[in-house]
Design a protein around this ligand. Structure first.
Ligand SMILES: Cc1cc2nc3c(=O)[nH]c(=O)nc-3n(C[C@H](O)[C@H](O)[C@H](O)COP(=O)(O)OP(=O)(O)OC[C@H]3O[C@@H](n4cnc5c(N)ncnc54)[C@H](O)[C@@H]3O)c2cc1C
Length: 418
């Protein structure tokens, strides 16, 4: 391992140390994995993490700063995806040292991609009601059950899996969080076709699937705490942007661009799910209705909502930069995005009238409007529905009385499902 330089906590100092290091080490002709190995060894992969796990112990703002500086310097940072955004921080927060040593590096180099195996046909908002089961058999856990709506499971190497290991306790207490190797006979992934014609998520059937005994993130039976960490990070990253890698030639850059193409192919409809408020003015002009007073009013209202929502997103970004744990701003931001998306779909429909229902290149804005209408409902479901975000805000932020929860407050010893 190369020796890590002592980094300062001053942003300008961090920038100049990074620039100097990149100047010495960046070679676009090298393999992307080899470059990322260097980033990991130098502690530039996730600079806010401890030195032992590919960081420099810097404040949280350093992660975003270093990621954008690397791109600005023409180089490449760690990969995008649920491995880096969800699995890695969960493993860092709850995993054993052995798991951190074994699982974090392949995520950060891009060697292994992850998917989230939480939802089930009978457990979405009521996630703790899940019924996939895990039974210890010698050195392995044996898993049976079905998961659904699992984004990118069709090309993931590993799964963040929640399964029930104890049926005799209240439901939140009997869940364990596993790192599931996806490439094995007991894991069958079937892609689902969506009403917007994309196919980004899957059903995952687990039949006698096997997980090494030590692949438990957190304690056995304490998976709910680790799941809450993943969900909090998920609310934080509900909107994510493609990194703008340099167009220059070079193997590492080619591989990074291909990796991003592959990742964002799954998410190509997400901008449409967010309602495309950026297109309403252009759409109104193209349709010849930009002087209609009712439509102008609706556009002004939408743009105002969108602007305010962007400020909320900025608040969330700043909270992240100063190192706050994910909090209420994630729920507020996600809810605001759903409201903007719905309003935007409404305004696009007013502009296109019946034409909004037409798909294909001849239809309004080359089919984008139809895709908006078909995709917007997903925005208020993914990562926790609007109603669930409202419950979180009511209870955690406003301090309103919580709903009566017989599932959680059951007398001790109450078995799951009774
Ligand atoms: C784009 C997208 C990507 C996704 N990716 C993944 C993924 O990668 N991995 C994964 O595991 N899952 C994923 N999901 C699934 C997602 O987490 C679930 O769809 C979501 O949690 C809702 O669960 P459900 O679909 O079972 O709906 P339900 O929970 O059945 O909800 C149905 C309706 O009831 C309402 N409701 C439920 N409970 C309450 C309550 N207590 N109070 C008030 N109203 C309530 C809901 O708001 C909703 O309107 C994804 C979903 C989408 C749309």
């Amino acid at each position: 391992m190369a020796t890590q330089a002592q980094a300062s906590a001053d942003p300008e100092q961090v920038k100049s140390e990074l620039a100097e290091w990149v100047q010495r080490h960046w070679d676009p002709t090298m393999a992307l994995r080899d470059w990322r190995e260097l980033l990991l060894r130098a502690g530039w992969a996730v600079p806010s993490w401890p030195r032992r796990w590919h960081g420099r112990g810097l404040p949280a703002w350093a992660d975003e700063l270093v990621a954008s500086e690397l791109i600005g310097l023409g180089a490449v940072g760690i990969p995008v995806g649920s491995g880096t955004w969800l699995a890695a921080p969960t493993i860092l927060a709850h995993g054993s040292d052995e798991l951190r040593d074994r699982l974090l590096a392949p995520i950060l180099t891009g060697e292994q991609t992850w998917c989230q195996l939480f939802s089930e046909p009978g457990a979405g908002s009521d996630l703790a009601g899940l019924s996939a089961s895990a039974v210890l058999d010698g050195d392995c856990w044996v898993i049976n059950g079905q998961k659904v709506w699992n984004t990118s499971a069709h090309h993931a190497d590993m799964g963040m899996l929640l399964a029930r290991t104890d049926w005799s306790v209240p439901k939140h207490q009997g869940i364990t969080y596993f790192a599931l190797p996806m490439h094995q006979p007991g894991v069958e992934v079937r892609q689902l076709r969506q009403m917007n014609f994309h196919a980004s998520f899957n059903e995952v059937f687990l039949t006698q699937a096997r997980i090494p005994r030590d692949n438990v993130i957190g304690e056995v039976g304490a998976g709910w705490a680790a799941a809450l960490t993943t969900l909090a990070y998920e609310r934080r990253f509900w909107a994510h942007r493609r990194p703008s890698y340099s167009p220059a030639p070079g193997r590492a850059l080619d591989e990074a661009r291909a990796e991003a193409d592959d990742h964002f192919a799954t998410y190509s409809w997400y901008p449409q799910a967010a309602g495309r408020p950026d297109l309403v003015v252009e759409h109104a002009r193209a349709a010849g209705v930009s002087d209609d007073p009712v439509i102008r009013q609706a556009i002004a209202r939408l743009i105002t909502m969108h602007r305010v929502s962007a400020w909320t997103a900025e608040r969330a970004r700043v909270a992240r930069a100063v190192g706050r744990r994910p909090g209420a701003e994630g729920s507020i931001g996600k809810l605001a995005t759903s409201n903007v998306a719905r309003e935007s779909a409404k305004v696009h429909s007013m502009i296109a009238a019946a034409g909004a229902l037409l798909a294909g290149p001849e239809s309004p804005m080359g089919g984008i409007i139809a895709e908006v209408l078909m995709s917007v409902p997903g925005q208020s479901i993914a990562g926790g529905t609007d109603e669930i975000q409202k419950n979180i805000l009511a209870e955690m932020v406003l301090g309103l009385p919580a709903e009566i929860r017989v599932d959680r407050d059951a007398p001790s010893g109450r078995p799951f499902g009774v």
